[in-house]
Design a binder for this molecule. Structure first.
Ligand SMILES: Nc1nc2c(c(=O)[nH]1)N[C@H]1C(S)=C(S)[C@@H](COP(=O)(O)OP(=O)(O)OC[C@H]3O[C@@H](n4cnc5c(=O)[nH]c(N)nc54)[C@H](O)[C@@H]3O)O[C@H]1N2
Ligand SMILES: Nc1nc2c(c(=O)[nH]1)N[C@H]1C(S)=C(S)[C@@H](COP(=O)(O)OP(=O)(O)OC[C@H]3O[C@@H](n4cnc5c(=O)[nH]c(N)nc54)[C@H](O)[C@@H]3O)O[C@H]1N2
Ligand code: SF4
Ligand SMILES: [Mo]
Length: 692
């Protein structure tokens, strides 16, 4: 009998932070089509190439389909298939052994880009096991923006593109390509069609920059200098919102005197943006009411991130754009369980004082361990030894700045368990690798905890292949054997129901609704004040001395001192066709982006005798890699863009997929990190190039 075709509405996931409503058609256990949902809550019919090709991963021949254990030297690529029972027992035995010898904190639980609910399941496992050390890439993703916002105005000010706005500033954000944190580009494009004006601040003339009335092309890594010059203009020319400033800011007088030193002329020498253009852009932002800043990930990639992001939050505040429709808002969460309860934070009350961060003066509130501090603990035992790692859905060898440090740490750990859908370069160094289920293969909830005020349903469409298990199931089973069984579930799906419990919906009912939103309210500070020590927006931090923080954002130095041996400035961006380091084995994506590309300006190409398609080496103080050149006048002659996240599955496991050849993070040094978030300099660093 012919099988019926099922039509299921769900949301795209695991190709970025996720967000687009999609309609799948499935026959038996196979997805036969993916289309955009014209009624999608965020995307209204938008879909990208990654989303369209997501189903191809399900039956991809390269998928890891059974648990394996290492057979031979670490990193040698020899594996032996084992049962789930043996995998879980081996992991539990080894983690217990480390806990008995060194304490639970000697096991680190590492996760990558938040993909779905397993993110919280892993934190729960760490808490119940007793380890305060959950490691994340948040040093370079999300936490700098969220915490700079919280320290300045008590919340994470997210751009409000759902309401009409006069002007959007896309600052280090390429929304058309990345749809960051579920800010799906169709919203921005819709606003632009209505006549919203656009300013783009980006070292590259992106497709988005072509749509902008005003494009600022800063020297990479100087966003703090630029933001301070904006503040200088707006305050000098009295373009700020006088009522708001008087009622709701702390330290305005001191702050205005402080920013007087950052004139557009002086900052122009640092940022390379002409002073006149800085003035025009600052005026346009201040005079448009409301205006929204789409602040991107690039602002989080150097040691000065706190200054840049604090200065930008102050800009939102003094122009009266905080928590107003069409500005940067404090999105209310939907009626779901508080995440602290879901992860059982109560099981580890000592976390804040025991975690590695607490011993290293990292900003209080940063709840994941910056990768650099994790690796230092592994390599030098500072501030205490870390001997074991459980790595879930992350590829640190490609994604942590300073890959040499990463490989050394991976080689030194006593025990590594990893889970992924493929044996990645990082998983190659594990002792046990578990086959994870992925998008569409289990019930999941998207975008929880991202701070944008909604969650999305991702009902399961097909069964995972062979022995692949959803991460929540893996963690639930490990939790039952490693810790007290009664703290876990009979069925891991109860984890989703627990999150939804305050809403009164079961997962099944939620899946029918598709999404849940928080109540939409604005200017919440008028009732309760801002959640800061002064109750106001802290232009000057009132607890700066106690927290050993600069009271006001400043420009002191470039991220790295200039060095004539490395005359070009290196930066990068995400690949349009892959999420970070993922899926380089997936032909449907690879046909759009075959190899890593370094972009240079035609003048630079001429000076170095390089032409399109040449292979070049890119060298920094920390290392050397090789990429293929594209000559483009979209960037400044002194700037080079290199691609990030590249490895080569086709090179084979014996060659460790050639992970060193083109890996951007080999160029990065973790010697110098920002004190607030532990961020290394990933952008705006000196490099040299040569034709190979
Ligand atoms: N130089 C440089 N470094 C960067 C960045 C940069 O721009 N430049 N960006 C930074 C940022 S913003 C981030 S968020 C990080 C990202 O860092 P990571 O999260 O480490 O990178 P991803 O490539 O997203 O790794 C995800 C892994 O998860 C696997 N995966 C996919 N789906 C599933 C699943 O359902 N279950 C499991 N278990 N695994 C799954 C994929 O196969 C992949 O191997 O990198 C950071 N590093
Ligand atoms: N296609 C795709 N989408 C993704 C991802 C992916 O890997 N691929 N990753 C996801 C993740 S984890 C994240 S965090 C988001 C990130 O998404 P975005 O915030 O858009 O971040 P990026 O693409 O890293 O960089 C955005 C822009 O910053 C510019 N830029 C580079 N250096 C500087 C600088 O020094 N200053 C300024 N002002 N701009 C600079 C780049 O030219 C680029 O256009 O995207 C998510 N979506
Ligand atoms: S923009 Fe993101 S959520 Fe939308 S289809 Fe593409 S990968 Fe999926
Ligand atoms: Mo990210």
């Amino acid at each position: 009998m012919a099988e019926d075709i099922r039509r299921i509405k769900t949301h795209c996931s695991r190709m970025d932070h996720g967000g687009c409503g999609i309609i799948l058609e499935a026959k038996g256990n196979r997805i036969i089509s993916i289309k955009a949902d014209p009624d999608g809550f965020l995307n209204k019919g938008h879909i990208c190439v990654k989303g369209l090709n997501a189903a191809g991963l399900i039956d991809h021949p390269s998928r890891l389909r059974h648990p394996v254990k290492r057979a031979g030297v670490r990193g040698g690529g020899k594996w032996e298939r084992i049962s789930w029972d043996e995998a879980i027992d081996t992991i539990c035995d080894n983690l217990r052994l480390i806990r008995d010898r060194y304490g639970a904190r000697a096991v680190a639980f590492c996760q990558g880009m938040p993909k779905g609910m397993e993110h919280f399941a892993l934190i729960r496992l760490a808490n119940i096991f007793g380890s305060p050390n959950v490691v994340g890439n948040q040093d370079v993703c999300h936490a700098p923006r969220e915490l700079s916002g919280k320290y300045t105005c008590g919340f994470y000010p997210v751009p409000d593109l759902r309401n009409k706005t006069e002007l959007v500033v896309a600052w280090g954000s390429d929304n058309l390509r990345t749809n960051e944190e579920g800010a799906i580009c169709s919203q921005l494009l819709g606003r632009l069609r209505e006549g919203t004006r656009l300013i783009v601040i980006d070292p590259m003339k992106t497709t988005l920059a072509e749509k902008a009335g005003c494009w600022l092309q800063p020297r990479p890594g100087t966003d703090n200098a630029l933001a301070l010059a904006f503040l200088n203009v707006i305050i000098n020319e009295r373009l700020y919102d006088i009522d708001f400033v008087e009622k709701w800011t702390h330290g305005f007088y001191e702050f205005s005197r402080h920013v007087m030193q950052y004139t557009p002329e002086i900052m122009s020498e640092i940022t390379w943006v002409p002073a006149g253009l800085i003035r025009d852009a600052a005026r346009a932002y201040a005079l448009a009411r409301p205006a929204s800043i789409l602040w991107g990930n690039a602002l989080e990639h150097n040691v000065n991130a706190f200054d840049s992001l604090r200065a930008i939050t102050c800009l939102m505040a003094i122009t009266g754009n905080l928590d107003v429709p069409g500005g940067n808002i404090h999105a209310n969460e939907p009626d779901i369980l508080r995440l602290g309860e879901l992860v059982r934070a109560d099981m580890l009350p000592s976390k804040k004082t025991e975690m590695i961060n607490a011993h290293c003066d990292i900003l209080p509130g940063m709840m994941t361990i910056p990768p650099t501090l994790f690796r230092r603990a592994v390599l030098d035992g500072r501030p205490y030894p870390v001997q074991g790692a459980y790595i879930m859905g992350a590829n640190p060898l490609l994604t942590y700045g300073d890959s040499k440090m990463t490989v050394n740490a991976l080689m030194k750990l006593d025990f590594i368990a990893a889970s992924d859908i493929f044996i990645t370069p990082t998983a190659l160094f594990a002792d046990i690798v578990m086959p994870a289920a992925s998008a569409f293969e289990f019930n999941d909830i998207g975008n929880a905890g991202l701070g944008h005020g909604y969650i999305l349903a991702r009902p399961k469409v097909v069964d995972p292949p062979d022995e692949c298990w959803p991460e929540m199931k893996i963690i639930n089973e490990i939790g039952k054997r490693l810790t007290s069984g009664e703290l876990w579930y009979d069925d891991y799906n109860e984890f989703l129901d627990e999150l939804l419990s305050p809403s009164g919906f079961s997962f099944r009912e939620f899946a029918r609704l598709g999404h849940l939103e928080g109540a939409v309210t604005y200017r919440k500070y008028e009732r309760k004040g801002f959640k800061t020590p002064s109750g106001k927006v802290e232009l000057v931090l009132s607890r700066s001395r106690e927290l050993k923080l600069p009271a006001m954002p400043c420009f002191t130095n470039l991220p790295e001192n200039e060095d004539p041996e490395f005359p070009l400035v290196l930066t990068g961006k995400k690949d349009r066709f892959y999420p970070n380091s993922s899926y380089r084995f997936h032909e449907s994506l690879k046909k759009h982006s075959r190899f890593p590309i370094a972009e240079i300006n035609p003048d630079t190409a001429e000076i170095y005798g390089i032409k399109d398609g040449d292979e070049i080496s890119i060298t920094t103080k920390n290392g050397e890699i090789s990429q293929s050149v594209r000559v483009t006048d979209r960037i400044h002659p002194k700037v080079i863009y290199a691609s990030y996240g590249w490895w080569f599955p086709e090179s084979g496991i014996d060659a460790q997929y050639d992970w060193m050849r083109s890996n951007y993070n080999i160029l990065i040094s973790a010697d110098n990190i920002g004190k607030e978030f532990g961020t290394p300099n990933m952008k705006g660093i000196g490099c040299s190039i040569r034709k190979k």
